[in-house]
Design a protein around this ligand. Structure first.
Ligand SMILES: [Zn+2]
Ligand SMILES: [Zn+2]
Length: 330
């Protein structure tokens, strides 16, 4: 039996605080421990969610993308094919997490960070309900903007506007770029997200995403279209440095599906008594809880460098309160 107590504890208010979920990345901990770094690289960077998104992108590119010769000019046929493919993959992916955890509630609040379920009616949300709000912003804006970036990238390559290389030209370069994408995304996300927390940007755009204090999987892409434009803009790097079309598609799938990771609200999804899928990005959950901490993720520790890191501990919680008090007092 997989028990919560072995992975963390419930605080006074019944919120689940996982152990080790916000551990520092060993790459940045001195003195360097190469065994830990190697284990992080293999199990947290390669054989991790990064690989799952790559498999999705690979299937999408090789089985559900029209040939480049068809994409030389804009035409509704191939463009809607890509939009439909992203709708289907996105909906299946988010529903596979949402349905067992939030509709059938198969494990109750076991491993759920916030002990409460999202309230049924909340005026703050579009259509007065978190799930309707989340579906609207994700499906009406999120998937089309993600697809827009993909269509533009593929059209650039197909029409010859931007050069691309083939796998056989340089397999080593191909894998190197593939390997760098998650790290690049981490840095890009931090910068874009920090910018979205400037007062003006927060007011006009980012506040839509932050309605989700008790987020679920569908909160992931529930953003204002200005935020979607910034969030998916990382793919532009493949218009600048020589890439393969799969790199651009992987980059977008990593952003599109990968957004789920920080918003599921559970540390683990139980498959049966013995097996569970680790979902936790407690780091970003804390961002939704406290707003002014953890702007980035843990791969590149920007928050630790700039004093905005929170790991759920009392010590860093007090530090955060002191920092916010000082900002207000200025
Ligand atoms: Zn978020
Ligand atoms: Zn934010």
């Amino acid at each position: 039996m997989i028990e919560e107590e072995n992975f963390g504890f419930r605080d006074k208010r019944g919120h689940f605080v996982p152990k080790e979920a916000t551990d520092k990345n060993p790459v940045w901990v001195l003195p360097l421990n190469f065994k830990k770094i190697l284990s992080w690289f293999i199990f947290s960077y390669i054989f991790s969610w990064n690989l799952v998104y790559l498999i999705f992108a690979f299937i999408a590119y090789y089985f559900f993308t029209p040939p480049l010769s068809e994409m030389k000019s804009f035409a509704p046929g191939w463009m809607s094919e890509i939009l439909l493919r992203n709708y289907v993959i996105g909906t299946i992916f988010f529903s596979l997490i949402h349905i067992p955890l939030y509709i059938s509630k198969s494990q109750g609040i076991k491993f759920k960070f916030n002990p409460n379920w999202p309230e049924k009616i909340q005026k703050l949300f579009t259509f007065n309900r978190q799930i309707f709000d989340n579906l609207f912003w994700s499906l009406f804006w999120g998937v089309p903007i993600w697809t827009g970036f993909e269509i533009l990238s593929l059209w650039f390559y197909a029409s010859g506007t931007i050069p691309f290389f083939r796998f056989n030209d340089s397999p080593i370069y191909f894998f190197l770029i593939l390997l760098l994408i998650p790290a690049f995304r981490d840095a890009h996300f931090y910068l874009v997200h920090r910018f979205l927390h400037f007062k003006f940007m927060y007011k006009i755009a980012h506040s839509v995403h932050h309605r989700n204090i008790n987020p679920g999987p569908w909160s992931s892409l529930s953003m204002h279209p200005i935020e979607h434009l910034l969030y998916f803009s990382g793919v532009i790097i493949h218009w600048i440095i020589l890439s393969h079309p799969l790199h651009a598609i992987y980059h977008l799938f990593h952003a599109g599906l990968g957004s789920a990771n920080g918003h599921i609200g559970f540390k683990q999804m139980l498959l049966n008594d013995k097996y569970a899928i680790d979902l936790s990005n407690y780091n970003h959950y804390l961002h939704h809880k406290y707003f002014e901490v953890n702007y980035g993720n843990l791969m590149i520790p920007f928050d630790q460098w700039f004093g905005t890191y929170h790991d759920g501990s009392e010590e860093l919680h007090n530090q955060m309160q002191l920092r916010l008090k000082n900002i207000k007092g200025e």
